[in-house]
Design a protein around this ligand. Structure first.
Ligand SMILES: Cc1cc2nc3c(=O)[nH]c(=O)nc-3n(C[C@H](O)[C@H](O)[C@H](O)COP(=O)(O)OP(=O)(O)OC[C@H]3O[C@@H](n4cnc5c(N)ncnc54)[C@H](O)[C@@H]3O)c2cc1C
Length: 400
């Protein structure tokens, strides 16, 4: 029986492991932490990702634990005016899910691990940190530190889903090409209800030459609802400065007067990168998710693209185990790397530029473009097809 070792029990690793188990492979999933980390990161799941989670039998729970968002807003922050409201319903003929779902990524990982624990062909190893990977012609072996001490696990394939600092990627000497932005991003979570105050959608981007912002409503673990607000920190701004009561108050008030009255229940700063691994495959070792690529979160694309990697990788592995040559695995690398560069890297950099544009003429032009897109259904459809990655997953590919 084919044995797949998945390194990393985050959202991408758990999806990869579930798909591998469903494919009839023996699966070992190795996660360094003893429980799922719940810091605020991805929440937006786009239509093609919903299709994949549905195929894996996870969607009902993902919907129950999240919020459905049909609309997506762009605002002009200095004027506090709505520029464009885009409606995912224009995708109704192309996907069975013409909306996004805001479900926090830790819920997906928890759900995935719970399902995996119940499967007879899956070995879930929490509290086990992979320290290196080696391979020979017929086997790939991970070295790890587990609760009982060092352990070696051998399998047919190792899938590195161990995040941006991937040990699997480093063990294979794969370069992580790209750059890190000077400024970090501040993510505040507040109980202030922006939709009630300003009638914005559950996902809203605010362009501002001084300080752009993004707003998202998430359900929270209590399902009572809360908002995440993302801002750029100034280059060099410390955690203490960015999370001080005064700067939190100032940033919230700049989005909407009175917003600082809401209780801020969490605050965190993230370093932000645009990087793509030079290779996604070395022999029996393959990469998916943040181990393979990272990007700024404007557009909500990193996790979505990572889940698409995992699902397409399993398609390729099934084809290979069914008799296709290793060309299908090389095609995984070529296609997923190219799609990440053309859709995810390009759009997230473009999104950041659009929100932070300081040149008044260019800024006006970019906002006018959004107004024109929103005014025409076909333009909206083309725009959302691209921003939701639907266009990327529908690009033809060969699985051998
Ligand atoms: C503020 C913010 C907002 C974001 N919003 C969105 C969004 O709305 N939509 C979107 O698509 N993306 C978003 N992203 C990106 C998204 O969070 C990542 O793309 C996503 O976490 C990738 O999942 P992953 O499973 O590949 O990696 P991770 O979530 O990083 O998981 C990696 C796992 O591997 C484990 N691990 C690490 N090293 C080892 C080791 N040596 N041995 C064993 N286990 C190990 C870790 O403990 C972890 O559980 C956002 C990111 C940030 C920072």
């Amino acid at each position: 029986m084919t044995h797949v070792i998945v390194v990393g029990g985050g959202p991408v690793g758990t999806v990869a492991a579930l798909d591998a188990a469903r494919s009839g492979f023996d699966v070992t999933i190795v996660e360094a932490a003893t429980e799922v980390q719940d810091d605020p990161r991805a929440s937006t799941l786009h239509p093609p990702t919903l299709e994949m989670l549905d195929d894996l039998g996870l969607l009902d729970e993902v919907l129950r634990l999240g919020l459905t968002a049909r609309y997506f807003d762009f605002w002009d922050k200095p004027n506090r005016s709505l520029v464009a409201r885009l409606d995912h319903e224009v995708l109704r003929d192309e996907t069975r899910f013409p909306f996004v779902v805001q479900t926090e990524q830790h819920k997906i990982a928890r759900l995935g691990l719970d399902r995996l624990e119940a499967l007879p062909n899956v070995d879930v190893r929490l509290g086990t940190r992979v320290t290196g990977v080696e391979q020979s012609a017929g086997t790939a072996t991970v070295h790890a530190e587990g609760p009982g001490g060092p352990v070696d696990l051998a399998g047919d394939w190792v899938i590195g889903c161990d995040g941006a600092r991937s040990t699997v990627r480093k063990s294979m000497d794969i370069e992580f090409e790209g750059y890190t932005w000077d400024e970090r991003f501040v993510v505040l979570t507040t109980l202030f209800d922006f939709a009630e105050a300003m009638d914005c959608s559950y996902r809203a981007y605010f362009a501002d030459p001084v300080e752009w912002s993004n707003l998202f409503k998430v359900a929270g673990d209590d399902l009572k609802g809360r908002w995440r607000v993302v801002f750029p920190a100034r280059p060099g701004e410390s955690d203490e400065e960015a999370l001080s009561d005064e700067s939190v108050r100032r940033r919230m008030e700049a989005v909407w007067p009175g917003a600082s009255a809401g209780e801020v229940v969490h605050g965190k700063l993230y370093r932000v990168h645009q990087r793509v691994a030079q290779k996604f495959r070395v022999g029996r070792v393959l990469l998916s998710g943040d181990a393979a690529h990272v990007n700024n979160p404007i557009g909500g694309l990193g996790l979505n693209c990572g889940i698409h990697d995992a699902v397409e990788l399993m398609e390729a592995l099934r084809a290979h185990e069914g008799g296709a040559s290793t060309d299908v695995l090389d095609a995984y690398e070529t296609r997923r790397r190219d799609l990440n560069i053309r859709y995810v890297q390009e759009q997230t950099v473009g999104n950041k530029r659009r929100l932070e544009e300081t040149d008044p003429e260019l800024r006006a032009q970019r906002l006018d473009e959004l107004r024109e897109i929103a005014a025409d259904e076909e333009s909206q459809r083309r725009f959302l097809r691209r921003t939701s990655l639907l266009e990327s997953v529908r690009e033809p590919h060969v699985t051998g």
